[in-house]
Design a protein around this ligand. Structure first.
Ligand code: NAD
Length: 478
């Protein structure tokens, strides 16, 4: 029998896990569960990842983990257990379905049924951050073509397998033309391979507003890590209770399923938490493993329970509910309804469809030509006058690699008319060869040596390349 690693987690985790397991056992799901400890206890035993060696061994044996919520202890030094698991297991896709169950659960959006597919491994979540000067810190946003191709193709494959009609890409490519521009371009390229599915693009800010105001106009959303993190919480919130939704983290080899909510310490140990989030994650796990008949039976019994007005406190309302029940009684009510189908809510029916994961990167190597560099300096002297810095730097640069512009916080300050805008101590000096002449890396080293000798504080350099003759760097604003 297939084994699954089971991590009940912290707070309400053990209560909702035991309710979920009871339902799975009653439905005779052909799985064996191997329980491991993760989270608070492991963190507090001195393991900063919250994951002990027996947990890793179990995951590597079973490839699938059903995980309860984790309490991250307050204070520094602890790593995000979820980020560690996602990165170590190659879980590139996060899938969260946010659906409403009107008229049985209170909602402003009775027709909402949105699936958010979020890239799970890159973006600002790579966690590459530096404090560079007295005044400025940076985080690196890394977006790769293979990473974008994998998540976008997965979104279309998901839509195809689940009979979804529209895939919407959300990005901010009007501002981040290289990173988000790449994501949007890859989306357009891949959409062509799925002519049966409609596709569109929305700028993330208006997209998030549309999601909050008209979620019924959206079907499948595919987006990057940070945007996906934010909009999937908005979606869960407007769908009703955070206690209802589950999420799947999918990789080529491993997969992890969990409720979207946290460990809810305020209600822990009271047997009142809604186990639906973890149950819905478990249902996603069953369909992922091809155990579709049992997944369907549990899902329909759960819908019947909601329809019969048997509700936990978080979704209970005097007008729509009939009985307020505990976690364990909610599980018992689902078990009593196994084999039944809902009468008003649409019964689910799951097909066993394995999503194609053959996402081999398509990239062809392009001709890459070095034509300049951005040198970042920390500088606070001489009233922070851009002209004075420019005179200093120009005297140190050569005709082969002259100073082109200086920017401060991305805004061009030299050559430029004087501005009242605050200037930080973090300056970018851009050097470009005349007429895009190819540059030897040694010329950059010589320039850096000159700047260093003049006691300028060099923070970092970025190389400026042409790719097949096109600029691989952004222009300055202003
Ligand atoms: P939370 O999701 O735990 O709780 C937010 C609110 O929702 C609380 O009022 C809680 O009682 C309620 N709630 C959550 N789940 C519920 C359920 N199943 N049934 C009924 N009500 C429910 O968020 P939080 O309070 O910000 O975080 C608590 C802890 O959980 C923190 O340590 C946080 O780091 C952690 N957390 C973990 C995960 C995870 O492991 N995936 C996700 C989010 C937060």
């Amino acid at each position: 029998m297939q084994k699954v690693t089971l991590a009940p987690g912290d707070g309400i985790g053990p209560e909702i896990t035991s309710a979920t397991l009871k339902i799975l056992k009653a439905a005779k799901v052909p799985l064996e569960f191997e329980e491991v400890k993760v989270g608070k206890e492991v963190f507090e035993s001195g393991n900063s990842s919250g994951l002990g060696p027996e947990c890793w061994e179990s995951i590597h044996r079973n490839n699938v983990i059903l995980k309860g919520p984790i309490t991250t202890p307050q204070g520094g030094g602890y790593k995000s257990l979820n980020v560690t698991l996602r990165a170590s297991l190659g879980l590139f896709a996060n899938i969260r379905q946010c659906k409403t169950y009107a008229p049985f659960i209170k909602t402003h959006h009775p027709e909402m049924n949105v699936v958010i597919i979020r890239e799970n491994e890159e973006d600002t979540y790579s966690g590459i951050e530096h404090r560079q000067s007295q005044e400025v810190a940076q985080t690196l946003k890394l977006i790769s073509r293979p990473g974008s191709e994998a998540i976008i193709r997965y979104a279309f494959e998901y839509a195809k397998a689940h009979g979804r009609k529209l895939v919407t890409c959300m990005s901010k490519d009007n501002i981040m033309k290289l990173t988000d521009g790449l994501f949007h371009r890859v989306f357009n390229e891949i959409a062509v391979d799925y002519p049966e599915i409609k596709s569109d693009h929305q700028i993330i800010d208006i997209g998030a507003a549309n999601l909050a105001a008209h979620p019924e106009s959206l079907d499948v959303i595919v987006t990057q890590n940070l945007y996906g993190d934010i909009i999937s919480d908005i979606a869960a919130q407007i769908a009703g209770s955070v206690g209802l939704a589950g999420s799947a983290n999918i990789g080529k080899k491993y997969s992890m399923f969990e409720a979207i909510h946290g460990s809810a310490p305020d209600i822990s140990g009271k047997n009142i938490a809604n186990p639906s989030g973890l149950l819905s994650a478990a249902i996603m796990m069953l369909t992922h493993l091809g155990i579709s008949a049992e997944a369907e039976q549990i899902s329909n019994a759960w819908l019947c329970t909601l329809e019969d007005g048997i509700h936990t406190g978080d979704i209970f309302t005097e007008t729509l509910s009939k009985e307020k029940v505990s976690t364990s009684d909610f599980a018992n009510a689902i078990i009593e309804r196994l084999g039944k189908k809902p009468e008003q809510l649409t019964p689910v029916s799951y097909k066993t469809t394995k999503l194609s994961m053959d996402f081999s990167p398509s990239q062809e190597l392009e001709e890459k030509t070095l034509i300049g560099c951005d040198v970042f300096l920390e500088w606070r002297e001489e009233d922070r006058s851009p002209e004075k810095l420019a005179r200093k730097v120009e005297a140190l640069s050569s005709d082969a690699l002259p100073l082109s512009i200086i920017t401060n916080r991305g805004v061009k300050v030299y050559p430029a008319p004087p501005t009242e805008a605050f200037k930080s101590d973090h300056w970018r000096c851009r050097f470009l060869t005349p007429n895009e002449q190819p540059l030897d890396y040694v010329q950059i080293l010589e320039l850096l040596a000159q700047l260093h000798k003049a006691q300028l504080d060099i923070l970092k350099t970025e190389h400026l390349y042409l790719f097949s003759g096109k600029e691989g760097f952004s222009r300055a604003q202003g």
